[in-house]
Write a protein that binds this ligand. Structure first.
Ligand SMILES: Nc1ncnc2c1ncn2[C@@H]1O[C@H](COP(=O)(O)OP(=O)(O)OP(=O)(O)O)[C@@H](O)[C@H]1O
Ligand SMILES: [Mg+2]
Length: 281
């Protein structure tokens, strides 16, 4: 019989439960309202680790003052059911008070990698992300931690943080799971009304147009970004916030693509902000 899943909230509950796990231990950090993208991370963790811990925490410190913290979608019962089916050992659901008790004053900040792209559009976002992920690592002591390539800059920032802070763990980045029409899975897709949902696959189509041009030999970053813009402009519901063609490792903007490159974008469809990316080379 499969072991039953432990659900813990406080550190006092988590620590003894963690000590009982057989290693290697995999950690999958999430904000809940789980979809198949999250479950693919859990499955990857299951395939590589003896035990799997999933955290569900809508981290207030990574939301800006005008962002959607209050309305962020939640469905804990459904999440727990999916995680139990996936064979997770521990689900840790801390409250904000567990993570940030009164008087909290310690922050983790990665410097230049967090400046461009998402960091420039969402000031303070990555400081919240790296702080909470460091705390999740410290509390769960995983051997491997699993993140999605959908959040490409986050993946790079977490890798940097793990290196810089000497974490004895491996960061595993998993591929983007997409809906059948190409839309990258995201909890925030639930905000889209039917008309917006129909329009949203234009993000991926625009990235595929750039990839096709790259495969035909186009190397100018400006021209590749222009292809993205041209496809997006055919969809009146989509408002581009930024598109970037950057070095895959440093995230520095490129003039010409020579090595591995990341084309990434943020697009508003109505009030919903969607991100997506594609890797070239
Ligand atoms: N479509 C996807 N494919 C693979 N991994 C994903 C996908 N969507 C999210 N992830 C990963 O799941 C982890 C938890 O992300 P999170 O809970 O923020 O979900 P989300 O779908 O990104 O939600 P939101 O878009 O509202 O931020 C992150 O490492 C994220 O990169
Ligand atoms: Mg997310």
């Amino acid at each position: 019989m499969a072991k039953s899943m432990m659900i813990v909230h406080t550190l006092e509950e988590l620590f003894p439960a963690r000590r009982l796990l057989d290693g290697p231990v995999g950690l999958v950090p999430t904000m809940g309202f789980l979809h198949a993208g999250h479950i693919s991370l859990v499955q990857q963790a299951k395939s590589e680790c003896k035990s799997v811990v999933v955290s569900i925490f809508v981290n207030p410190t990574q939301f800006g003052p005008n962002e959607d913290l209050a309305s962020y979608p939640r469905n804990i019962e459904r999440d727990l059911h999916l995680l139990e089916e996936a064979g997770v050992d521990i689900v840790w659901m801390p409250t904000p008070e567990v993570m940030y008790p009164a008087g909290y004053q310690t922050w983790v900040e990665v410097e230049s990698l967090t400046r461009p792209l998402e960091g420039s559009m969402r000031p303070g976002h990555f400081r919240g992300v790296t702080t909470v992920v460091a705390k999740l690592f410290n509390a769960t002591r995983p051997d491997r931690a699993y993140f999605g390539q959908k959040d490409a800059q986050q993946a790079a920032v977490i890798r940097q943080m793990a290196r810089d802070l000497s974490y004895a763990l491996e960061i595993v980045i998993c591929p983007i799971l997409r809906e059948a029409d190409g839309l990258a899975m995201s909890s925030r897709n639930t905000y889209l009304n039917p008309e917006q949902r129909q329009a949203a696959p234009v993000l991926y189509r625009s990235l595929l147009a750039a990839r096709a041009a790259y495969e035909q030999g186009e190397r100018s970053a400006e021209k590749l970004c222009q292809m993205v813009k041209d496809v997006l402009s055919t969809e009146p519901q989509a408002q581009l916030q930024y598109v970037s063609c950057a070095d895959y490792n440093t995230l520095a903007e490129l003039e010409n693509v020579s090595g591995k490159a990341l084309i990434s974008m943020a697009v508003f469809v109505g009030k919903t902000r969607l991100i997506d990316n594609i890797v070239l080379g």
